[in-house]
Design a protein around this ligand. Structure first.
Ligand code: NAP
Length: 484
């Protein structure tokens, strides 16, 4: 390949994007549609890498299966990748199959959009006991993540979920809902079978602050009340509001809606005369976790979770809380912590452990000295931390792509920009990469499984759109089998 100044200035800018969740797809889309590209100022050629054999990241492996709104987002992302101007390369793991120096040899710029998939740490004694779980791990299990065990021990009758974000609500709803209600979703069969056998009767969600300080959103809250044969239980003593809470209710429509919803449930619950449901979802506030313990009160060792102790909190006037010195213990046989996600470090890049992000300035990745690393960018949760809804990553991508466009004339130019070079490299290394055509095959296969299930169980009247393929090797085989 010639490397003369003339050839390099005219050839398309080669860009690698690592992570094909919403953040990566939005970045690719925004770059291809930028004015500079549209006006013919320069061309781009993008490869979108993904560690899983399938695209969509946390949409496929992080969103609860009973969230119909997500379907719309998948359709939008599908349209972008189906245009054919962004090349998808799945089942390629950065740091294992591909290093930064490989990328630098083949691409002029790289954008990391690897997200945040791990549970944030909960630092209370007993968190390591058997029966104490990370919410993100449970989400991965029920979403059929290829790299987590197929089995999940659903043996508890009473369960605590810690946290007041949307993940806590997802986890609690999936734990308390009757499995048959999930049959119309894409849950894998092993998940359905395990949920079906769950003996759960009571799921308790604990927020450390008050009802006006929750992080979840109105739609997700209301969704709780749609679960059949599940009563929602609230506690009047949790519904005290300080000045900051009153102000939040006045000035923030979302908070107002949610406080109203919960207050109405509280009133209805006390007026209730119907027969009680077989399962209950309790929403507790002003409970800060202190320790998880086994039946003997131990917080370490080989015992199993038998209870969780909280300190009762009170609002301090500013929307924060302080301890009251009163403690309360709940008998539970499982604890799920859903207190936020955390990013993971990436080979050959600096990492901010406290915030779980790659240090960056507006998306330009920084080195140890705080200087931008030429040609290296970040977007999405690995850029700004695991907060915000899916749509918010668009704003992130706009900012990051803005930086890349600003820098484009000074980017280090890759010595080997031939698009075939990465394919040769992956094949040489024996990486069983998957493609967009491969994803379309797997997608069609999962839909066919859904149709076959629907046909076989036609007497139930349940229609399953899709049944997810879970094992990684099966996903790869179906994706790569162009004869099927
Ligand atoms: P989140 O929204 O940041 O909520 C974390 C929750 O954990 C907060 O209530 C926080 O309380 C609590 N917490 C943190 N540390 C704690 C501790 N040590 N002890 C007790 N409680 C603690 O995180 P998330 O639920 O993981 O959600 C991440 C993002 O994904 C959010 O933007 C969320 O909206 C989004 N998401 C959206 C959907 C959806 O749209 N359906 C579904 C899933 C996730 P404090 O407020 O007191 O810190």
């Amino acid at each position: 390949m010639s490397n003369s100044a003339e050839t390099t200035s005219k050839r398309p800018l080669r860009v690698a994007i690592v992570g094909a969740g919403p953040a990566g797809v939005y970045a690719a889309d925004i770059l291809t549609k930028s004015n500079e590209v549209k006006d013919g100022d320069f061309e781009v050629s993008i490869d979108l890498f993904e560690a899983y054999p399938a695209p969509y990241g946390l949409i496929r492996y992080g969103v609860a299966p009973d969230h119909p709104r997500i379907k719309g987002i998948v359709n939008a992302l599908h349209k972008v990748l189906d245009r054919g101007d962004i090349r998808f390369l799945g089942n390629v793991t950065y740091g294992r199959d591909l290093q930064l120096h490989d990328i630098r040899a083949l691409y002029d710029a790289v954008i990391f959009s690897t997200g945040a998939v791990k549970d944030a740490d909960l630092n209370v004694p007993g968190v390591e006991l058997a029966g104490s779980f990370g919410g993100a791990d449970f989400v991965s299990w029920y979403d059929g993540h290829p790299d987590v065990p197929r089995e999940w021990p659903l043996e508890a009758k009473e369960i605590a979920v810690i946290g007041n974000g949307n993940v806590a609500l997802d986890v609690a709803r999936m734990l308390v809902k009757h499995a048959d209600e999930l049959l119309t979703t894409e849950i894998p069969d092993n998940v359905y079978q395990t949920l079906k056998g769950s003996p759960v009767t009571d799921v308790h969600v604990f927020g450390r602050r008050g009802p006006a300080q929750v992080k979840f959103t109105p739609l997700e809250l209301r969704e709780l009340s749609h679960a059949k044969d599940v009563d929602i239980v609230l506690y009047p003593e949790d519904f005290e509001f300080d000045e900051a809470s009153e102000e939040a209710i006045r000035s923030n429509n979302q908070i107002k809606t949610m406080v109203n919803t919960m207050t109405n449930w509280l009133v209805e619950e006390h007026a209730e005369s119907e027969a009680p449901s077989s399962r209950r979802l309790h929403l507790h506030f002003l409970h800060s976790p202190v320790e998880i313990h086994d039946a003997d009160g131990n917080t370490s060792g080989s015992g199993h979770v038998a209870g969780i102790k909280f300190e009762r909190m009170q609002l301090d006037g500013t929307g924060h809380v302080k301890g009251t010195g009163d403690f309360i213990d709940y008998p539970v046989q499982a604890v799920y912590r859903a207190i936020g996600y955390h990013g993971s470090p990436l080979d050959e890049l600096e990492y901010d452990e406290e915030n779980g992000v790659i240090p960056n300035e507006g998306g330009r990745v920084l080195d140890a000295a705080g200087k931008p690393v030429p040609g290296v960018y970040a977007t999405g949760w690995i850029k700004r931390g695991p907060v915000g809804l899916i749509g918010h990553t668009k704003g992130d991508a706009l900012e990051t792509i803005g930086c890349l466009l600003e820098d484009r004339l000074t980017l280090p130019r890759a010595p080997n920009p031939d698009p075939q070079a990465i394919i040769d490299l992956l094949e040489e290394r024996g990486v069983e990469y998957t493609t967009w055509e491969g994803w379309n095959r797997l997608d069609a296969h999962e839909e066919a499984l859904g149709a076959a299930w629907t046909e076989e169980k036609s007497d139930t009247g349940v229609v399953r759109q899709r049944v997810k393929v879970v094992p990684r090797e099966d996903m790869i085989r179906i994706s790569r089998d162009s004869t099927g």
